[in-house]
Write a protein that binds this ligand. Structure first.
Ligand code: CP
Ligand code: NVA
Length: 304
C-alpha cells in the first residue's frame, strides 16, 4: 500500500499492487468454483457500516468473509449509535477494538477519511458520493476476463461523471486502458480526478459526445443518472441526460463492445432493457466479480 493500510480510493493501490490483487481475485474465483478450501481469514471479522442501501456490496462482502472462514457484522446506520449522533471518530476507534477491518458506505467522502484517520484497522470504501473503488476492482477483473488483459483496450464511459465513473477513470489510468468519458456539460468527472489519472500516466479523453466516445470501443460503461442522495434532482437530470442512453442505436457504433453497468440499473433511463439483456452485457459478471475481487482485497489488506 502506498501510504496507509486503507483502501479509500483505487489508487491507494499502485499499478503493481492492483495487478497482485486482480491475480488473487482470479485465484479465489477458481478456488470457489472448484470447491477448494481457501479459509485465509479464519477467525477474522469485518465490520460493515451502511449509511445507504446496498444489495451487491453488502452480500458480496458478507459472503466473501464467510467463504474466507471469517465473519461479517452488518452495521446499518440506524442500528448503531452513529445514527443517534455518536461521532464517526468514536465509532471508528470503538470498532477498531473489536474487528479486523471495517468496510463503510457513506455519503460524504470526508466521512470515510475520518473513519480512516481514527481507525487502527484497515478501512475499505464501500462507496462514497465521490468514489467506488471496490466496484472498479470488479470492473477491471471483468475487463481482463473479457479482453484477455488490458493492452490496447479502449473503453467509453457514458452518462454521469459520478462516483463509479471517477474511480473507473483512475482505475483505467492504472491499467493503461484508453478511456473516453462522455457526459452532459456540467456533469463531468472532477478536474482533480482527471489530473490524478494524468499523474498516473493515463490520458482520458473528455467529451460531451456519446457517439464519439463509443465508436469502436471494446467496453461501454454506464451507471444511473440519479445516484443515491440525488433524488431531488430527478426532473432536471432526466432532461439533462437526454441523448446519453446506452441503447441499440448507440451500440451500432461499437458492434463488438461489451456493455458494463455496476447495477442497480434503471432500465429505460441510462440503459435499455434490450441492451442489458443482450449478449453484449457483462453486468452479472461484474456483480459476481465483486465477491472475488473484494475477497482478494481483504486478504491482501490483512496480509493473509
Ligand atoms: N454496485 C453496487 O455497489 O451495488 P449495491 O448498491 O447493490 O451495493
Ligand atoms: N452511482 C450510484 C452507484 C450505486 C452502486 C450511486 O451512488 O447511487
Amino acid at each position: 500500500m502506498t501510504n496507509t493500510n486503507h483502501f479509500l480510493e483505487i489508487d491507494d493501490l499502485t499499478a503493481t499492487e492492483l495487478q497482485t490483487v486482480l491475480d488473487r481475485a482470479e485465484t479465489y474465483k477458481d478456488a470457489q468454483q472448484n470447491g477448494d478450501d481457501h479459509a485465509d481469514l479464519a477467525g477474522q471479522t469485518l465490520g460493515m457500516i451502511f449509511q445507504k442501501p446496498s444489495t451487491r456490496t453488502r452480500v458480496s462482502f458478507e459472503t466473501g468473509m464467510t467463504q474466507l472462514g471469517g465473519h461479517a457484522v452488518f452495521l446499518g446506520e440506524d442500528d448503531i449509535q452513529l445514527g443517534r449522533g455518536e461521532p464517526l471518530k468514536d465509532t471508528s476507534r470503538t470498532l477498531s477494538r473489536y474487528v479486523d477491518a471495517v468496510m463503510a458506505r457513506v455519503f460524504k467522502h470526508d466521512n470515510i477519511e475520518v473513519l480512516a484517520e481514527y481507525a487502527s484497522v484497515p478501512i475499505v470504501n464501500g462507496l462514497t458520493d465521490d468514489a467506488h473503488p471496490c466496484q472498479t476492482l470488479a470492473d477491471l477483473q471483468t475487463i481482463r476476463e473479457q479482453e484477455g488483459g488490458f493492452e490496447d483496450v479502449s473503453a467509453a464511459w457514458i452518462g454521469d461523471g459520478n462516483n463509479v465513473a471517477q474511480s473507473f477513470t483512475v482505475g483505467a489510468a492504472l491499467t493503461d486502458i484508453d478511456l473516453t468519458v462522455a457526459t452532459p456539460a456540467g456533469y463531468g468527472i472532477d478536474d482533480a480526478v482527471v489530473e490524478r489519472a494524468r499523474d498516473l500516466g493515463g490520458d482520458p479523453t473528455i467529451t460531451t459526445d456519446p457517439i464519439e466516445a463509443v465508436t469502436d470501443a471494446d467496453i461501454i460503461y454506464t451507471d444511473v443518472w440519479i445516484s443515491m442522495g440525488q433524488e431531488d434532482e430527478r426532473d432536471v437530470r432526466m432532461t439533462d441526460f437526454e441523448g446519453f442512453q446506452v441503447c441499440s442505436d448507440l451500440l451500432e457504433h461499437a458492434p463488438e463492445a461489451s456493455v458494463m453497468h455496476c447495477l442497480p440499473a434503471h432500465r429505460g433511463e441510462e440503459i435499455t432493457d434490450d441492451v442489458i439483456e443482450s449478449d453484449h452485457s457483462v453486468v452479472f459478471d461484474q456483480a459476481e466479480n465483486r465477491l472475488h475481487a473484494q475477497k482478494a482485497l481483504l486478504s491482501w489488506l490483512l496480509e493473509a
